[in-house]
Design a protein around this ligand. Structure first.
Ligand code: ADP
Ligand code: TRP
Length: 324
C-alpha cells in the first residue's frame, strides 16, 4: 500500500472547502490504507499570508481540531505541525537550487494570489518548493488535495526528477496527486473558489448565531420572492447540493423553479442541514478548541515520529550534496 500525506495551511479556520476537498477524502483514504499516513498543519506556509503569531497559534489549533473532529485516526497517522520539524526548511533550500525560476513564475496559484493580495512576498513565490519539501521529506506516494493544488504536485514531481537526474540517484520518490473528482472546487459565498485568503468561506464550526450571519453573506441575485429561480446559477443551491442527499436536492430544485421560494428560505434550509449533518463534529471541534493541551500532546507524539523518518532522508540528501 501507499504512504498518504497531506497538509492544510493554518492561515484561517478550516472551512467547508477544506473539509470536503481535503479532510474528508483524506480520512477515507487513510481508513482504507494499511500503511501509516502523514497529516500535518502547514503553519510555515501560512506565513506567506499572515504575520500575526497569536492568530497563527489559534488557527493551527483550529486546523488540528477539525482533523480530530472529523475522526482522524491518530494510531494510523503521523499527525504534526510542519514548523516543529524544521528539517523541511533545510530541504527547501536544497530543492530551491534544483528549481527552474520560470517554473515558479508560471504557477497559477502565484499569479492568482499576486493579483489579489497586497503583500506579494518571495515566500509566496517559492511556496511550491516548500510544499515539495513537505512531500519529499517523508517519501509520500499519494497526496490527496483539491484540484487547485494539482499544479503544485506536478512541480514537486519535476523538482524531484531534476534532483534525481542531476545527482544520479533515485533518492526522492515521485508522489502522485489524488484528486477527489466528485468534490472538485467548492465555491465560496461569492461564487469564486472558497478560500481562507479570499474571505468568502463557510465556517461550519461557528456558533449558531454567527453561522447564520455567515450563511446570509452568500451572494444571490435580486430575483423577487414570487418569481421562479434558476438553481444552477445560485451559490446557495450549489453549496446545499454538496451536503444534501438526492431527495433533498430534487426538492430544493422544485422549490426554486416553482416560485414563492426566496433565497432566504434556501439559506435557512442550508443552515439546518449543516447543524444536523455536522452536529457531532461541531461538538468535538468545540471540545478540542477548549482543550489545547490535549491536542498539543497528540501533535507532539506525531512530531517525534516524523523526526525519525524525515532525518533519515535529509541525512542522505546532505551526503549526496557534500554537506555531510
Ligand atoms: P485555502 O485556499 O482556504 O487557504 P488551503 O490552501 O489551505 O486552503 O487548502 C487546504 C486543502 O483544502 C487543499 O487540499 C486544497 O486543495 C483544499 N481546498 C481548499 N479550498 C478548496 C475548495 N474551495 N474546494 C475544494 N478543495 C479546497
Ligand atoms: N499548499 C497546500 C494548500 O494550500 C497546503 C500544503 C502545503 C500541502 N504543503 C503540502 C498539501 C503538502 C499537500 C502536501 O492547499
Amino acid at each position: 500500500m501507499a504512504r498518504v500525506l497531506t497538509g492544510i495551511q493554518s492561515s484561517g479556520r478550516p472551512h467547508l472547502g477544506n473539509i470536503l476537498g481535503a479532510i474528508v477524502p483524506a480520512i477515507e483514504l487513510i481508513k482504507a490504507n494499511q500503511e501509516e499516513s502523514f497529516i500535518f498543519i502547514a503553519d510555515f506556509h501560512s506565513l506567506t499570508s499572515s504575520k500575526d503569531g497569536e492568530l497563527r497559534k489559534e488557527n493551527t489549533l483550529a486546523v488540528a481540531a477539525a482533523w480530530l473532529a472529523f475522526g482522524l485516526d491518530i494510531e494510523k497517522t503521523v499527525f504534526y505541525r510542519q514548523s516543529r520539524r524544521p528539517e523541511v526548511a533545510e530541504l527547501t533550500w536544497y530543492l530551491s537550487c534544483f528549481t527552474p525560476f520560470p517554473m515558479l513564475a508560471n504557477a497559477h496559484s502565484f499569479k492568482d494570489k499576486s493579483e489579489r493580495l497586497a503583500d506579494v512576498n518571495a515566500g509566496l513565490f517559492t511556496y511550491p518548493v516548500l510544499m515539495s519539501a513537505d512531500i519529499l521529506l517523508y517519501s509520500a506516494d499519494l497526496v490527496p488535495v483539491g484540484k487547485d493544488q494539482l499544479q503544485h504536485l506536478e512541480m514537486c514531481r519535476d523538482i524531484a526528477t531534476a534532483f534525481n537526474h542531476q545527482m544520479g540517484t533515485e533518492l526522492l520518490k515521485l508522489p502522485e496527486a489524488r484528486i477527489s473528482e466528485e468534490v472538485k472546487t467548492i465555491p465560496g459565498t461569492d461564487g469564486q473558489k472558497m478560500s481562507k485568503s479570499y474571505n468568502n468561506y463557510i465556517d461550519i464550526f461557528l456558533p449558531e448565531k454567527q453561522l447564520k450571519k455567515n450563511i446570509n453573506s452568500i451572494v444571490t441575485d435580486s430575483t423577487p420572492l414570487e418569481e421562479p429561480k434558476d438553481p444552477d446559477t445560485c451559490n446557495v443551491f450549489k453549496l446545499y447540493s454538496l451536503l444534501a442527499d438526492a431527495d433533498q436536492i430534487t426538492q430544493m430544485r422544485k422549490n426554486y423553479q416553482g416560485g414563492n421560494y426566496g433565497y432566504g428560505h434556501a439559506k435557512k434550509e442550508f443552515m439546518e442541514l449543516i447543524l444536523e449533518k455536522y452536529a457531532e463534529e461541531r461538538k468535538a471541534f468545540d471540545f478540542y478548541m477548549s482543550h489545547p493541551e490535549e491536542v498539543g500532546q497528540k501533535l507532539a507524539a506525531g512530531e517525534a515520529k516524523a523526526q525519525k523518518v524525515g532525518m533519515e532522508l535529509l541525512q542522505k540528501v546532505r551526503m549526496q550534496l557534500g554537506f555531510a
